[in-house]
Design a protein around this ligand. Structure first.
Ligand SMILES: C[S@@+](CC[C@H](N)C(=O)[O-])C[C@H]1O[C@@H](n2cnc3c(N)ncnc32)[C@H](O)[C@@H]1O
Length: 246
């Protein structure tokens, strides 16, 4: 999806704001799967830089955020995340970073957007130093049954199943590059404290699947959400896969 042709960049940070403690949770989960603390990170498909500053501060690392969307990068640059974070225009298929620079390539909610995955895996292998890791955070087909939006929006589940990769499909393009699986976690996170805030957040449509639905299906789905609330905090389950370059 070309984010520059959508209205998502302006709404993304409000629509995807992390609840207190969620960034720290992810930094801990990721650190637990890595062989050592990363010092030079490519935040590939960084978008508005939602993770870029946290990666730099949490690991005392230099971070280069890379994204093809100028609008997403504009939001990221406006945050002024300090001297250890910079942003470059590029894509997973052509990463504008010198060979061997990184010890971690981090991708959050990006893998399903990548058009040429074999090329992206080769590029990850090129920019990583020997022994460096790629960490892929995102939705998988295995978790389709737990997605909180399922059952409210006509066509949503079919789109989810069509677009999201399985765990095996995430690992597959890295195998010819010699990467070996280092670890996997299914991380449970609180996405909103209650249903009302979840509906409010959903109205922002800062989600590529919601953005792909016809407007009528989107509006009807919001109506269904308001009519059928689920009690308690809204949780979701996100996979984290780490593979290591030879
Ligand atoms: C859902 S956003 C995730 C942004 C950020 N990583 C986060 O978790 O908040 C997906 C991002 O992937 C970017 N993207 C789309 N195609 C890409 C590609 N081929 N290579 C790298 N990034 C891509 C989009 O421009 C968008 O910023």
């Amino acid at each position: 999806m070309d984010y520059d042709r959508t209205r998502m960049p302006e709404a993304y940070d409000r629509g995807r704001a992390m609840q207190p403690g969620v960034l720290a949770l992810w930094l801990d989960e990721l650190a637990s799967l890595l062989p050592r603390r990363p010092e030079r990170i490519v935040d590939l498909g960084c978008g508005t830089g939602r993770f870029s500053g946290g990666l730099a501060n949490g690991y005392a690392a230099q971070v280069i955020g890379v994204d093809p969307s100028e609008k997403m990068l504009r939001e990221a640059r406006a945050k002024d995340l300090g001297p250890d974070v910079s942003f470059r225009t590029g894509s997973a298929e052509a990463i504008p970073v010198e060979s061997g620079w990184a010890d971690l390539v981090f991708m959050s909610m990006v893998f399903h957007h990548i058009g040429d995955r074999p090329k992206a895996a080769a590029e990850c292998g090129r920019v990583l130093a020997p022994g460096g890791c790629v960490a892929i955070r995102g939705p998988t087909r295995e978790q389709a049954h737990r997605v909180p939006l399922n059952g409210y929006f006509e066509g949503f589940e079919a789109l989810y199943l069509a677009r999201m990769p399985s765990l095996a499909e995430i690992a597959a393009p890295f195998q010819p590059e010699g990467f070996r699986p280092l670890g996997h976690k299914l991380v449970e996170q609180v996405s909103q404290p209650d249903w009302t805030s979840f509906v409010e957040r959903t109205t922002l449509r800062a989600d590529s699947l919601l953005a792909s639905l016809p407007d009528a299906a989107f509006e009807a789905g919001l109506g269904a959400m308001r009519a059928r609330p689920t009690p308690g905090p809204v949780r979701d389950w996100v996979d984290l896969v780490v593979l290591q370059r030879p």
